[in-house]
Design a binder for this molecule. Structure first.
Ligand code: SF4
Length: 367
């Protein structure tokens, strides 16, 4: 895997910067402001996205702020320029979901991913603008999805990995009824400056325990565990060099104003005296394919690619990880050409170690 691909596998769209919640660990800088994406931005993105979708599966991920805070009417206007072959996803806090939203999801074939951190007492960081718990509102939204037969994924943030937590969470999400689960160990990025340094044993123990819980009842696609098992199987088959894509996925994030931030949506809305505002162009001025074809000319991107090469030469986990995480490098090191971060330790290195620890503990004993 070298350099940045010219065609992304998905594009992230920010229909509004606003979020109706104010979660303690949120990285978004403009979440109190309602800056809405004009339809002209969606029109500019739709041309290349419709072309890419004709060549194969292609996704748009609507991610705010809280994307539903843009309202159904405005979101419908933003969706309109895209052909029916484009897959739409929303990442939502679920608090605004009701029957009318469910009808909207069904009519536009939108796949829904809900942010929820487990049982009520695990959601203390997910609060309203007035600082009140949001759990009942999240559950009301999930209830509407279930009542209307809308399948959904879940995304869970874990702030402090500890023994017993993985089993509790997995059992909770089995009951919740999601079909896919992603687990993010909290990241120190954006305006969230809480530390994400944890003892190695606590993190690898968390992942190992999660595999044990999942294997007892593997009804949910468990994103991180499935990545790890795919890599482990490739190593056993001697084809681990084929796991990573040939190029880094550029993952363009289209900000509300049409500005494009590559590789890490978490950099959108920030600026730095050394790197400027991290954007590589604006779709209202330059076609998205042209922005992608000159990606490596953005100064921070060039520095980041040097960091990826440093990972390749130094890190034994590179074949699994691919050395991404631009925003984590920046927010943890203040620059892009460093290698290990607490984030990659938590979410790549300890993940693979935890899955392998589980395998070692459960391998059949030698006769
Ligand atoms: S695990 Fe960390 S150090 Fe290793 S390749 Fe990934 S980002 Fe680089």
């Amino acid at each position: 895997m070298r350099g940045i691909g010219a065609v992304p596998s998905y594009v992230v769209m920010q229909p509004t910067t606003l979020c109706n919640l104010d979660c303690t660990y949120c990285y978004l800088p403009l979440r109190a402001d309602d800056r809405r994406m004009p339809v002209s931005v969606a029109n500019a993105v739709a041309g290349p996205v419709n072309d890419w979708a004709r060549d194969g599966r292609f996704s748009l991920v609507w991610h705010g702020g809280e994307p539903l805070a843009a309202g159904r009417e405005h979101l419908a206007a933003l969706l309109a320029p895209f052909d029916s072959g484009v897959e739409h996803h929303v990442q939502t806090n679920a608090t605004l979901i009701d029957d009318a939203w469910c009808e909207f999801f069904a009519a536009h074939q939108i796949r829904v991913s809900v942010s929820v951190d487990g049982p009520r007492e695990r959601n203390g960081d997910r609060v309203t603008r007035g600082g009140r718990p949001s759990y009942d509102r999240i559950m009301a939204g999930v209830g509407a999805l279930r009542r209307n037969g809308i399948g959904f994924s879940a995304l869970c943030v874990v702030s402090r990995p500890a023994p017993g937590l993985a089993t509790e969470l997995y059992d909770y999400f089995l009951d919740l009824g999601c079909d896919v689960l992603g687990i993010n160990i909290e990241e120190m990025e954006g305006v969230n400056t809480r530390t994400n340094a944890h003892p190695a044993a606590a993190v690898s123990g968390f992942w190992a325990e999660l595999v044990t819980a999942w294997r007892r009842d593997p009804r949910i696609h468990l994103r991180e565990v499935e990545w790890s098992l795919r890599y482990a199987a490739a190593v056993l088959d001697g084809v681990e060099d084929e796991v990573l894509p040939r190029h880094l996925d550029p993952i363009p994030t289209i900000g509300y104003d049409g500005s494009v931030v590559l590789l890490s949506p978490e950099l959108a809305g920030f600026s730095d005296p050394n790197y400027g505002d991290f954007t590589s162009g604006n779709v209202l001025e330059t076609p998205l394919p042209d922005i992608l074809s000159t990606a490596a000319e953005t100064p921070w991107v060039a520095e980041f690619l040097a960091g990826v090469e440093a990972c390749r030469s130094r890190c034994p986990y590179f074949g699994f990880c691919g050395g991404g995480h631009a925003a984590n490098r920046y927010f943890e090191h203040g620059r892009f050409d460093g290698t290990e971060t607490n984030h990659c330790r938590n979410s790549k290195i300890r993940l693979l170690e935890g899955v392998l620890d589980h395998a070692r503990e459960h391998e059949p004993s030698a006769a």
